[in-house]
Write a protein that binds this ligand. Structure first.
Ligand code: HDL
Ligand code: ZN
Length: 433
């Protein structure tokens, strides 16, 4: 490709390459109220709730006792009328509305509500996926959430654009309550895991639970979010459950175990879902996972900017570790550009650039439009650097690189099969060259 039109080629390819969005909180409309979409939902997204509480005028109690419409009115007024929508979460609303053909500069929420009221959920989902260029949506599926559980138990139809992920936070971080929930669900588990003899029965029941739910939802990977000070191994229930149940289960089914590290839950409980914070993680547990469990596959994203470089270096040491996404407080243009540039420079195109973490279907549009803008910028820079070194990509090579970064590397990581030799000494993911 001539250097002159590489700009157009990269832009065209990035903008037209379908994305596998590996982590969201979205559900298809078949899940009823769990499937969120529309103007009042996008305006009351917890990122905007946290932002609006920086300004005076309403107490937590007044806000939480108001209707979602009143909450949205307040947020619209404070963040879009009284001030410019300069934050990433605010810009996202503007991008989304304009992409849907709605003039976001019109101040009239009433007419916007009227437009959304005319949309049909399934057609709206298709339109958002089309506008966002998303081919597959990774869900967050928790058997510990009774609303969601009831849909699965009653037999819900999930189309193949949706990928299930088995979310295990309660099991690994709140074993006291999770063990009670498991007993209520008919799994004969003991809460006290200190005695090995007792533990054996419990571990078998936990594995039965994991297998039954992985089958029920057709899980493609397993996920947990972890606090900054999470330790592994340890004398905590999480360590016993991971070593004796979860990791063997993942290995047996060739399921990656995904960790989202660094969230400090409920720093301000009065903000509810918006109340979580970030702290730098100790990544030692991650090194222990990779070195002690070479036949497991691990995926990681870190919430703190400070962890990004060491996470890249760790990823480059272990073939069974895959780094993904610019998670939550890392999902801003400046931080995303910084970490994507660093990842390309340290790892090459062997990682998953982004996941949207969308909670509302409409958000797919802005989360991916903003991501593609950054990817174009970073790729043009890196191809220019390569050009100076005497290597200019062909079109097919750009297409290959972009596909890898937007889901292809993840799919290859999932497919990487057991070493044919079955030789324990060969770490996972090391293909027989
Ligand atoms: O734990 C997680 O999966 C986080 O993504 C939380 O759901 C968080 O509330 C969020 O939506 N971040 O984007
Ligand atoms: Zn999430």
């Amino acid at each position: 490709i001539q250097t002159s039109d590489i700009k157009n080629t990269v832009r065209e390819i990035v903008n037209s390459t379908p994305v596998l969005d590996i982590h969201t909180h979205l559900f298809p409309p078949a899940f009823g109220d769990l499937s969120l979409w529309g103007i009042d939902q996008i305006l009351t997204y917890h990122y905007l709730v946290a932002e609006v509480f920086q300004y005076p005028g309403v107490t937590y109690d007044q806000f939480w006792s108001a209707s979602i419409t009143e909450q949205a009115d307040w947020i619209w007024d404070q963040l879009f009328v009284e001030r410019s929508p300069l934050s990433e979460a605010c810009r996202g609303v503007i991008t989304t509305l304009n992409s849907l053909g709605l003039d976001a500069h019109q101040k009239d929420l009433k007419s916007l509500r009227g437009w959304f009221a005319e949309q049909e959920p399934n057609q709206f989902l298709d339109r958002c996926m089309e506008l966002a260029g998303v081919s597959h949506i990774g869900m967050t599926n928790s058997p510990f959430d009774e609303t969601e559980r009831s849909f699965w138990e009653n037999g819900v139809e999930v189309d193949n654009r949706f990928i299930a992920a088995l979310r295990l936070d309660p099991l690994l971080l709140d074993w006291i309550n999770a063990s009670q929930q498991l007993r209520d669900l008919g799994y004969d588990v003991e809460t006290d895991l200190r005695m090995l003899s007792v533990r054996e029965g419990t571990v078998n029941e936990v594995r039965r639970f994991l297998n039954e739910w992985a089958d029920k939802i057709n899980a493609k990977y397993v996920m947990v979010s972890l606090p900054p000070d999470f330790q592994f191994p340890s004398e905590e229930p999480s360590s016993h459950l991971l070593i004796e149940a979860v990791l063997p289960f993942c290995e047996a089914r060739n399921l990656p175990f995904a960790m989202m590290m660094g969230v400090r839950r409920q720093v301000n409980p009065q903000l509810r879902l918006a109340g979580d914070g970030v702290e730098r993680s100790d990544l030692t547990p991650l090194r222990h996972f990779c070195e002690r469990h070479p036949k497991n596959k691990f995926m990681v994203t870190a919430l703190s900017q400070e962890n990004q470089q060491e996470l890249c270096v760790l990823t480059s040491k272990f073939a069974n570790l895959h780094v993904f996404g610019c998670w939550w407080f890392m999902n801003t243009p400046s931080l995303m550009e910084d970490m994507t540039r660093m990842r390309l420079e340290l790892l090459g195109p062997s990682f998953t650039m982004q996941h949207s973490d969308a909670r509302i279907i409409d958000q797919l549009i802005y989360k991916w439009k903003h991501t593609r803008e950054v990817l174009i910028k970073v790729l043009l820079d890196k191809y220019a650097d390569l050009g100076k070194a005497g290597w200019t990509p062909q079109r097919a090579e750009i297409e290959r690189d972009v596909q890898a970064l937007l889901g292809g590397a993840f799919m290859e990581f999932c497919r990487a099969d057991e070493p044919a030799s079955g030789d324990d000494s060969v770490p996972y993911g090391v293909r027989n060259l």
